[in-house]
Design a protein around this ligand. Structure first.
Ligand code: AMP
Length: 510
């Protein structure tokens, strides 16, 4: 598509009315740097949509007149940079078009009270209302499908998400991690206003946040008072430095796995912000659901796409069932199961053929545990108290560091009740029977009667849902997905979408 620049809202609107393709929208205030460029190129590489960037310095979000007057501008350079990095259209409106006098259609927006009562919201009165007003106006003009924003402005990102949600605009919001310069400070247009010594202060500040993040990984705590004192001892003027929960900005406590350490400092006349996310362990995704809902295929793909460990708890129960059968252990009457279990080791190893092999006491049982014989005993075995106790413990050990996606029946309720994302994946009995039937056909080259399959699934559901210990139940905070009529890839995309909404990109790449 040929590069287009619009300067009048009317021209943009006329063009917009003729467009059949969806639009990716990247709003900016110009003076483009690598943060903006990453937004433009990420949007470009994500889909075939038209990439539209706006450049507009919004007076409403400046509570300080001098800051507005001094905001760096480099429009010719911006145009070249934007087009050469994937922009198709650049919208450079003037103030009078965005805020026409006496326009009854202009709606002044209020930022969410809950989200703007902390951090920058306290220190920049009216700032987020100004941001919401201009973003709402621009969204109304551009009518994009996707809106791309930087996590560098984390509070702004949440406030805009809330604006889009409250007004039911139906726009997808995608974020990118904070882009940092060679010395660790976030790219920001205002960096151009810094003297050498002011930049050094910002570098020291960003570096202290980084060190706090690294220390937190080992010690699982942050001493805010000590950190503030340390930063101030370097003659850095802190406007605020807070340790908060990342999605509601309430105080973080030790029980929160993910928190944000966010601050603003003054470097001469310039005010700059930075933050890091603190994590006790990496994120965990728990996927539960009945047999045949597509859990294992979906989970495997998610693990691959998000580069997470795949914890196949079902395979652990199956491996144990295989072992009991192989060793002729009468698991229903055995009084010494604890002792037997204490001598068992189950490990997963990645394999280029199966993706992942499961070993029990050094026997590779990946294939054998999928047989009909094992399928018919595994539910009974997984209802044994000692077995569950042993395997839940093993699973928690594997999950101590996080960074995994686990599937089973009780992952979100029992094994990892504090998982960041819980999915309850299900499908109708008919749909599951259809899937199992084609699985049998391709794997065992055998036909199996449809009604018989349905009966087996019904029985398995009943056993799983009614056993005394850890029955199959949906966790209160789980998202239920019914996979009837959806392809595996659609389910995977849906789950990754939910994950992206819950887990900052900055955390995903750590
Ligand atoms: P601005 O021009 O400062 O209003 O920023 C426009 C967009 O770029 C916003 O979504 C910002 O969050 C994003 N952005 C600015 N700086 C960075 C950065 N260093 N890393 C990632 N995104 C950024």
């Amino acid at each position: 598509m040929e590069n287009i620049i619009f300067r009048r809202t009317k021209d943009l609107e006329n063009w917009r009315d003729d467009q059949k393709n969806d639009i990716n929208f990247i709003p900016t205030m110009g003076n483009l740097h690598n943060g903006h460029i990453k937004l433009i190129s990420t949007a470009k590489s994500s889909n075939q949509n038209i990439n539209l960037i706006s450049i507009f310095i919004n007076p409403l979000q400046f509570e300080n007149k001098a800051d507005f007057a001094n905001y760096p501008k480099s429009i010719d350079k911006d145009i070249n940079l934007a087009f050469s990095n994937g922009a198709d259209v650049i919208f450079i409106p003037n103030q009078i078009d965005i805020y026409p006098k006496n326009d009854k259609n202009l709606i002044y927006q209020k930022a969410s009270k809950e989200l703007s009562e902390s951090l920058c919201g306290i220190h920049r009165q009216g700032h987020f209302d100004g941001v919401c007003t201009v973003v709402y106006r621009l969204l109304d003009l551009v009518k994009p499908k996707n809106l791309y924003l930087g996590e560098k402005d984390w509070q702004q990102l949440l406030i805009i998400k809330n604006l889009v949600e409250v007004n039911k605009l139906g726009i997808n919001i995608k974020s990118i991690p904070t882009q940092r310069d060679y010395d660790g400070i976030p790219f920001s247009s205002r960096n151009n206003l810094l003297s050498k010594s002011e930049r050094r202060h910002m570098r020291l500040f960003s570096n202290e946040l980084y060190l706090a993040k690294e220390t937190f990984k080992k010690e699982k705590k942050v001493n805010l008072k000590q950190l503030t004192k340390k930063i101030e001892s370097k003659n850095i003027f802190i406007e605020y430095l807070e340790h908060l929960q990342p999605f509601n900005f309430k105080k973080a406590t030790l029980k929160h796995n993910i928190s944000i350490l966010a601050g603003a400092i003054r470097c001469g006349e310039t005010r700059l912000i930075d933050h890091v996310f603190l994590m006790k362990r990496k994120p965990i995704i728990a996927i539960d659901g009945p047999a045949g809902s597509g859990k294992s295929t979906v989970t495997k793909l998610i693990a691959k796409k998000l580069n997470l460990l795949y914890l196949d708890t079902g395979a652990m129960y199956r491996a144990l069932s295989w072992f009991f059968k192989e060793e002729n252990i009468n698991y229903e009457q055995e009084n010494h199961l604890d002792k037997i279990l204490s001598n068992i080791s189950i490990v997963f190893k990645s394999s280029s053929i199966s993706g992942q092999d499961v070993f029990i006491n050094n026997n590779c049982v990946t294939e054998e545990i999928r047989s009909q014989e094992i399928t018919s005993i595994v539910s009974k075995i997984s209802a044994i108290k000692e077995v569950r106790h042993y395997l839940v413990n093993e699973q928690r050990k594997i999950g101590e560091l996080g960074g995994l996606v686990a599937e089973g029946r009780d992952i979100g309720t029992t094994v990892f009740p504090d998982a960041e994302l819980k999915i309850f994946l299900t499908a109708s009995i008919n749909e599951r029977a259809k899937r199992r039937q084609s699985e049998y056909k391709s794997k065992e080259s055998k036909e199996i009667e449809f009604d018989k399959l349905k009966e087996l699934i019904r029985k398995r559901d009943f056993e799983d849902s009614n056993r005394e210990i850890s029955p199959l139940t949906k966790a209160n905070d789980a998202v239920e997905l019914i996979s009837d009529g959806y392809s595996i890839n659609e389910v995977v995309e849906k789950i990754i979408d939910i994950y992206d909404q819950k887990i900052p990109k900055e955390i995903q790449i750590q």
